[in-house]
Design a protein around this ligand. Structure first.
Ligand SMILES: [Zn+2]
Ligand SMILES: [Zn+2]
Length: 349
């Protein structure tokens, strides 16, 4: 089959590899589409400590079940499925507490094992029994379903940020994670959502997510504006959906007393850490939390929001490219001119 093969830092090719085989119980999936994620770009340029090379990357995928080995109630061959990419071990301390993103032996598709930038991939039985496979509801397109992974991270972020109905939520960064943060916050009951972004063009591109207020931080002071928009109180939740230490510093200034700051975006390798005003956190009794992924449960919630339109998944599809153009697709994702780039091993219609 044709597959993307990552061999090392900035060493990637689209090549023929042996067809993956089911060696025991599990699923053989025919990939329909797989979206490029920031993690794929990061792995390409800087490597990834956890990645097992050579590797077929790709973890935001939708597929058709080609073959089933073993008995998995609810699944049948020919069924379209979305895949939660983080396979938990199911038995560690954190898994037993239902905190699968903290699993000690998390196995991520497209990082620890071959992923979706290929014609086929094999899912082990563990992925099915741990609830990583979701039949795609009628009316939900494959590309929309492939959004469950990034959306699940945002659902987890809203939970970890202790978001409540009636909250005012500020989102810093209007990329895919930022737009999802606006939509998911509203689904969590946020009364007012404020989207902050340095580029007017990107802010306009995010208008489909209909934040209550859009702030172009290249033209005005975002901290001052958030104070004005909240009666000087600050925001109940600030989600930093970009990899900027400066944004993290601003978030601590914007948050209300007893509010939460979520460091959702990781900082680029080697970039300086933020100078957080610890006394602000101390006196405001605010909460500082991070989020790096979503669990299967969060993926299920995300799929529900996609199916009922609370997440307008179609709006995130900016580009479609063939598998053979994978290297170019990474470039497009990196330019940040759109939201998500989808790569398909099937002929593009
Ligand atoms: Zn991802
Ligand atoms: Zn575990």
């Amino acid at each position: 089959m044709r597959a993307v093969l990552l061999r090392g830092i900035e060493d990637v090719t689209v090549t023929d590899v042996p067809d993956p085989q089911l060696a025991g119980p599990g699923l053989l999936l025919r990939v329909e589409t797989c979206a490029v994620c920031g993690t794929d770009v990061k792995m390409f340029h800087h490597g990834y400590a956890a990645a097992r090379l050579p590797l077929v990357p790709g973890h935001e995928l939708a597929a058709t079940i080609e073959r089933i080995e073993g008995s998995f109630p609810g699944l049948r061959e020919g069924m379209r499925v979305a895949v939660a990419p983080n396979i938990p071990c199911g038995v560690c301390h954190f898994c037993r507490r239902g905190e699968q993103t903290a699993c000690d032996r998390l196995e991520t598709i497209g990082v620890h094992r071959n992923g979706g930038f290929a014609e086929y991939l094999v899912l082990p039985a563990q992925a099915v029994t741990e609830g990583c496979v979701f039949p795609i509801p009628v009316g939900v397109a494959n590309e929309e379903a492939a959004l469950i992974d990034p959306a699940s991270c945002v659902v987890n972020a809203c939970e970890l940020s202790r978001m409540k109905p009636g909250d005012t939520v500020v989102v810093l960064g209007a990329g895919p994670a930022g737009c999802l943060s606006i939509e998911v916050s509203r689904a969590f009951g946020a009364m007012k959502t404020i989207l902050v972004q340095r580029s007017r063009r990107r802010l306009e591109q995010a208008s489909f997510a209909t934040p209550s207020v859009s702030v172009d931080s290249s033209a005005e002071d975002a901290v001052v504006r958030v104070r004005e928009e909240t009666g000087d109180r600050g925001a109940d939740v600030v989600i930093v959906a970009c990899g900027s230490a400066e944004a993290q510093e601003q978030a601590v200034q914007m948050v209300a007393k007893r509010g939460s700051v979520n460091l959702f975006g990781g900082l680029p390798k080697g970039s300086p850490s933020p100078r957080l005003d610890a006394n602000l956190i101390h006196y405001k009794e605010s909460f500082l939390v991070g989020t790096h992924g979503g669990s299967n449960r969060h993926c299920g919630i995300a799929l529900g929001m996609i199916a009922d339109g609370r997440i307008r998944a179609k709006e995130y599809v900016s580009r479609r490219m063939p598998l053979s153009d994978y290297r170019a697709a990474l470039g497009v994702a990196e330019e940040k001119s759109g939201l998500k780039v989808f790569v398909s091993p099937r002929p593009l219609l």
